[in-house]
Design a protein around this ligand. Structure first.
Ligand code: NAI
Ligand code: OAA
Length: 264
């Protein structure tokens, strides 16, 4: 049996835990203290609730971050320094160049591993391949419902209750998008990390009052030619900001632990 450590106990973490493949079980969940009683009840004491990964006295087969950019900053280095494998979904944390460097250095020094999950988007394999030949431009647009943008910086840039047509309210780099919209624009960072980087990747964020879905459009031009991808993702019922596919990418990483498959 493979044992994972989950960081976070929100919408995505619960979805992933509910879909864990046979042969994988949670051993530890790092969560805020107010969730510890809920965790004890949900797993009848079989899972240890922790406030920090360092409280774990064994070695998880995989540490899965499904929490926040802040959690990556808070715990990432400690996890990697123990030589563990850390798969992150809050990839926008790596828009902090100093943090990215610290995590990379920790990997090199301690034989740990940092895995960038593909999350809510597809095509990261092709984008990474295209980079080998040289990329000219990478443009990403995210389009979501007003409900998906509530509670984010979008509320300062546009009146979400008053939009009657799809409207772009932010244009900038992946680095800016990931830092300004930590719960909504991790995909921008994921694309940047597989492609031409945080500053050269162009990002547009749109609110569309006529959709319930999270649509990710990617346009890539380079020496290889060009490709476009449009992915219309169903959000999780428990969090309209978060696409179901993002949770499934974490489930797939867990499946690789048991079937020996390739973990991107
Ligand atoms: N890469 C991608 O394609 C995607 C990434 N995401 C990101 O995944 C993460 C999880 O998403 P959801 O579960 O939907 O969010 P959520 O808000 O439903 O749950 C997050 C949970 O993590 C916990 N948490 C946050 N920081 C923590 C910390 N430092 N220590 C312990 N617990 C902490 C919160 O208390 C909360 O329970 C978010 O950062 C989100 O932006 C979401 C969708 C797609
Ligand atoms: O789930 C999505 O559609 C994308 C998302 O929240 C993110 O990029 O952070």
């Amino acid at each position: 049996m493979k044992k994972i450590m989950m960081i976070g106990y929100g919408a995505m973490a619960k979805e992933v835990l509910a879909r864990l493949p046979e042969g994988v079980e949670p051993g530890w969940i790092v969560a805020r203290e107010q969730h510890h009683t809920e965790i004890a009840k949900a797993f009848a004491g079989r899972v240890q609730a922790l406030t920090h990964p360092e409280q774990c006295t064994e070695s998880p087969d995989l540490v899965l971050e499904c929490a926040s950019q802040q959690a990556v900053a808070e715990f990432g280095e400690a996890v990697i320094k123990r030589g563990w494998r850390l798969a992150v979904i809050s990839t926008g944390a790596l828009a902090d160049a100093a943090l990215q460097l610290r995590l990379q250095q920790a990997c090199a020094r301690h034989q740990g591993r940092l895995i960038v999950l593909s999350g809510a988007v597809a095509g990261m394999d092709g984008l990474a391949s295209a980079r080998e030949g040289g990329l000219e431009s990478v443009t990403y647009q995210s389009s979501k419902s007003p409900a998906s943008w509530r509670g984010s910086m979008a509320e300062k840039l546009i009146d979400l209750g008053a939009v009657s047509e799809a409207q772009v309210f932010f244009e900038g780099s992946a680095r800016e998008a990931a830092r300004m919209f930590p719960a909504n624009a991790n995909v921008a960072a994921t694309i940047a990390l597989h492609g031409i980087g945080m500053d050269a990747t162009r990002v547009r964020l749109q609110v569309d009052p006529h959709t319930q879905r999270n649509t990710h459009s990617l346009q890539v031009c380079g020496q290889f030619g060009e490709f476009q991808i449009e992915l219309c993702g169903n959000p999780l019922a428990s969090n309209p900001k978060t696409s179901t596919l993002a949770a499934l990418s974490a489930v797939q990483a867990c499946r690789c632990l048991v079937d020996g498959g390739f973990m991107a």
